[in-house]
Design a protein around this ligand. Sequence first.
Ligand code: SAM
Length: 229
Amino acid sequence: MRATLEQGLPALGMGLELIEPLEAFSRMLLEKNQVMNLTAITEPRDVAALHLLDSLAGVAGLEAGTVVDVGTGAGFPGVPLAIARPSVRVTLLDSLGKRVDFLRESCRELGLENVECVHGRAEEFAGERRERFDLAVSRAVAALPMLCELCLPLVKVGGAFWAMKSVDTEEEISASKAAIKLLGGHIQTVSDYTIPTTEVVHRVVRIQKIGPTPKKYPRRFALIKKQPL
Ligand code: SAM
């Protein structure tokens, strides 16, 4: 793990002082993974590349502001982001209580003061924190048309939603254009990046919030799923 981070962090313009907290988080993740389902990636070198460096590469360029990580799961990309950028305030949101308990405990042990852990569903959280965040991020949660309805209502006008995706998402992106427009968004860029130390190429779809999301969105999850916009 250490060698992968030593090579990968400088490639992202990040310092080696991050190795210690990133390794500490990975240890907690792999230990807890023995008793609950947090990740299918269990080789430390792969955790470093496919979780930590991928997360950091996906949110590269972000320096400050408020961020909600929708469907954070075991904390990706939100925890590496919070470790690397203390001036970013990160809300980790997930609908699975046990995962949120793990994150709460880990963030306390890591002394991360810029993190809030929330157990809840994105479509319900929008009732509480509508248009409050500078940025929503999400990795590996749902297809883009559904994901936009979960994420864009949480973002301020003038903010953005970054969806971390695989590269085989041309159709998904095309299929989401009407939804994005309806929800007050506009696709700004679709950028592919290679995860440092690997040959794996992933994609970030950056969507700007250019107007308010109509009050009727997000709908109930059953409807979002049954009739994606
Ligand atoms: N983002 C993490 C990653 O990349 O490793 C986790 C991905 S995991 C496949 C998807 C996570 O999204 C799960 O932990 C699930 O509980 C959460 N999730 C799915 N739908 C959600 C919703 N509507 N609101 C909040 N969390 C949700």
